[in-house]
Write a protein that binds this ligand. Sequence first.
Ligand SMILES: Cc1ncc(COP(=O)(O)O)c(C=O)c1O
Length: 474
Amino acid sequence: MDKQLENVYDPEEFNKTGHELVELLTEYLRQAKNQEIQAINWKEPADQYEFWKNFQPENNDPIDLFKNIVDRSIHIHHPKYMGHQLCPPAPLSALTGLLGELVNNGMAIYEMGPAGTAIEKVIIEKLAEKIGFETGGDGYITSGGTIGNLTAMLAARQNAVESDIWEDGVSERLGIMVSSEAHYSVDRALRIMGFGAAGIIKIPVNDDFCLDTELLEEYYNSAGKKGIKVIAVVGCAPSTSTGMYDDLELIAEFCRLKKLWFHVDGAHGGGAIFSNKYKPLLKGMEYADSVVIDGHKMLMTPALMTFVMFKNKDVSYSTFNQKAQYLWEKSQDEEWFNLARRTIECTKLMMSIKFYSLLLIYGEEIFDKSVTHLYNLGKEFAYKIKQRKNFELALEPHSNIVCFRYHKSGASDKKLDEINSTIRNNLLKTGEFYIVQTTLNDRVYLRTTIMNPATTPDIFEELLDSIEVCYEMV
Ligand SMILES: Cc1ncc(COP(=O)(O)O)c(C=O)c1O
């Protein structure tokens, strides 16, 4: 073998670099925890690009490369990271991810992931039990909530029409009803599926930013009059912008009466089924035909890891009615162990092991502790915002997503939009905190998602103080 090629695969080389990498990441975790680094080391995209285009590691040492990647990445483990809904992954889960990357089992068929496939079945059964599907339920793991929602919508469509969509295509005009606050992945899934704008029936939200269930009947009838056959309703658990949970029980009842598919997008907060305190927010999810839950949001795994769950076991086998005879042993039989029969992916990462290691080593209580703590922090932050003179809380939060804005009495809404956008940009550039912004009722709000159990009430005070300082700079 070529000498260099031999070195690439040298176990001793891996051992040396691996130890140094773990040292580096340990230092990153320490520094993030003690706030010795910034939440984000902001650089303009063009500067970042120039840096990497010209980058050469010192002495061709991979550790120099790794160090620069860590420095120039957003630091999700920092307690002042409170932006998007990505969790600081539990280090054990990240290490399991490294294991998966190295053994690199492809997971499409059993032989290409014997352990990962069986582990996937074990945790799917656990999820189905937690959701409380009376019929037992089934499902699989896929690469992210976006693909999860698309897969569930495909199943809903296959279930709703008489014809074989794979063979005959779709001839009817179909529609799905969804909150106007739903994540854009639902809209995107339906457009990919050819529903067009008219097939995405957006139901306005009520004052709490939850789908207004009183409007379901009216929008359903109006779609029918336009010749659109409504096949499903999507409930948000919760919606992305505000973190507010739709009334899943009422949506489930509407779907039952109209014989519609009921999908719950629980990408962010479906994980609350593990929280004894907050699982009532998901009441009604047990009636759903399909549910999506991201592990990389509230269940402490690195991205990506998404559960797609079905109430009816058979549905997950009929979504993709395609034949790939060279892969399957028996094309029509249920083969739980040949996962690509049911997933969009052919090859997929060994995602199951990242959740299983946490479940096994820490027990399911760890998810209860994490979700409950983070949702409690959401309430605590909201309380602190209400105590401050120059701040306005958008909504009493259901979850760990808290929206608010800086408010100066006498300032017009337009001026407040400008102030809050500038505050958020200044915070980003300073890098001490990472928060984002959103638009509610056409107005700009600051948006935080408290993802790190190490974030403290004192940090909330510091954030509000920093916003006051940023205001002075506007
Ligand atoms: C409610 C909801 N659904 C779906 C998604 C998309 O999930 P992913 O980013 O895993 O593709 C998100 C992402 O933020 C979300 O909040």
